[in-house]
Design a protein around this ligand. Structure first.
Ligand SMILES: Nc1ncnc2c1ncn2[C@@H]1O[C@H](COP(=O)(O)OP(=O)(O)O)[C@@H](O)[C@H]1O
Ligand SMILES: [Mg+2]
Length: 414
């Protein structure tokens, strides 16, 4: 019986808390999974940034990446490793680069999801380039911004077509404000989107492979209180719908880890922001939900590394578009997409793997999230972002919320 090591790389930037917890939990799990006469062991390492030969081999079976969307050396190293070495990485770097907010809106509109009506408008001003003047003089049509605003109705939202992190998002209540916001938008390419206001619920659904978690979200609260801690705020049907929407988006775009924001008005869920392929994973926002995230990450990465899940080099949208044409109702379409998504994420095989090889994870996580080591990880993150006098109170606040998780859903297994 040979011992085989599967190596997981963490490609990190400012992340502090979840990697510490991930590494500690993996160590405590002490896995030795039988596979074809051998035993699989797992090691985790942090990926360093350095010059690389495009033909050099890669040490990792899987990389969890947090840099692709802004740090290009790492993104291009990952692309090389996928093309040359079949590295499995979450998330697919091409898909992150190509499918910004705008493309995701278009694709999910075509699938029939209730994305609010959205327009794109050419930018107010431009960086000067050689061909700009002839292009605009010949082809740019004058347009009446007020008419587009009137058609969408107020309030509406102006936001960057490729946005994230709430940067450059403006709520617009009337035509005068629309004109002013457009003046101020400069060279940024913007969407105008019908506002779902007032809404009855704002939910963030986090997807990790086939796993999902719905979180009640309050965008008006201070950052550390936005993720609410209630768990029974949706009917089973609402929960299932949001889970299906999230799995559909993630499988469609080849994202293992993403979060999808939806607003409920009446009976209709409107997804508004779902190109978040490097979602918030920090304890100061997730607190009560943080242990779920670390566990879900661990489970999916171990499953992918253990089973040598094949990286998909290309995306395949046709089955989704065919289902959109074939099915005649929203419910039937969503059910069809969700079946495709669950097959993509090998849901049954994943659950079997977890039941068979990770059955001690609940107990290990329950112990760990009550330990000094876990508290130190929380403190390390809090120390990195809060002023000195707030470090202790905020560490304690997040720690108590994690203890609440232990006392409720994380409760020591019988
Ligand atoms: N169509 C909309 N209806 C209502 N609120 C919206 C809408 N679009 C954006 N918002 C509000 O603006 C915030 C930021 O917009 P969002 O599309 O999520 O951009 P970002 O990618 O920057 O997070 C949302 O969290 C929500 O509070
Ligand atoms: Mg958002």
């Amino acid at each position: 019986m040979a011992e085989i090591t599967r190596r997981i790389g963490l490609s990190l930037g400012a992340d502090v808390c979840w990697p510490l917890c991930y590494e500690a939990l993996l160590k405590r799990l002490d896995l030795a999974i039988p596979r074809g006469g051998d035993r699989l062991r797992f090691e985790v390492e942090r990926v360093t940034i350095e010059p690389f030969d495009l033909r050099q081999p890669v040490r990792y079976d899987l990389v969890i990446d947090r840099l692709t969307h802004w740090y290009f050396t790492s993104r291009e190293w990952i692309k090389k490793a996928v093309v040359m070495n079949d590295l499995y990485v979450y998330n697919n770097p091409w898909s992150i680069q190509a499918n910004e907010k705008h493309t995701t809106y278009c694709a999910m509109m075509r699938l029939g999801l209730h994305v609010p009506d959205t327009w794109m408008v050419p930018p107010k001003s431009y960086e000067q380039t050689a061909d700009l003047k002839p292009t605009l003089t010949r082809y740019a049509k004058l347009f009446d911004l007020g008419r587009i605003g009137g058609q969408l109705g107020y309030p509406l939202f102006m936001k960057p077509y490729d946005g994230g992190g709430w940067v450059g998002v403006t709520k617009i209540d009337d035509e005068a404000k629309l004109r002013q916001a457009y003046e101020d938008s400069g060279t940024k390419l913007m969407h105008l989107q019908a506002g779902v206001i007032p809404y009855d619920r704002f939910v963030r659904c986090i997807g990790f492979g086939p796993q999902t978690r719905v979180v009640n979200y309050d965008p008006s609260a201070p950052l550390h209180d936005r993720y609410r801690m209630d768990v029974d705020f949706l009917t089973p049907a609402q929960r299932a719908e949001l889970e299906n929407i999230t799995l559909t988006i993630n499988a469609f775009f080849g994202w293992d880890f993403n979060s999808c924001e939806s607003l409920l008005r009446g009976d209709t869920w409107h997804p508004i922001d779902f190109a978040n392929a490097c979602p918030d994973s920090q304890v100061q926002s997730l607190h009560f939900h943080f242990p779920w995230l670390v566990k879900a990450n661990l489970k999916w990465s171990l499953y992918c590394a253990a089973t040598k899940r094949r990286v998909r080099h290309t995306l395949d949208w046709e089955p989704y578009f065919m289902a959109a044409e074939r099915e005649s109702t929203y419910a039937a379409r969503l059910a069809a997409y969700a079946r495709l998504a669950r097959a993509h994420f090998e849901t049954d095989r994943f659950e079997e793997f977890c039941a068979k090889h990770l059955s001690h994870l609940d107990e290990v996580a329950w112990e760990f999230f009550g330990s000094q080591e876990a508290r130190d990880a929380v403190r390390a993150k809090v120390s990195a972002i809060y002023p000195a006098h707030e470090i202790e109170p905020f560490t304690e606040l997040f720690w108590q919320r994690i203890q609440h998780w232990r006392a409720t859903e994380g409760a020591r297994p019988a």
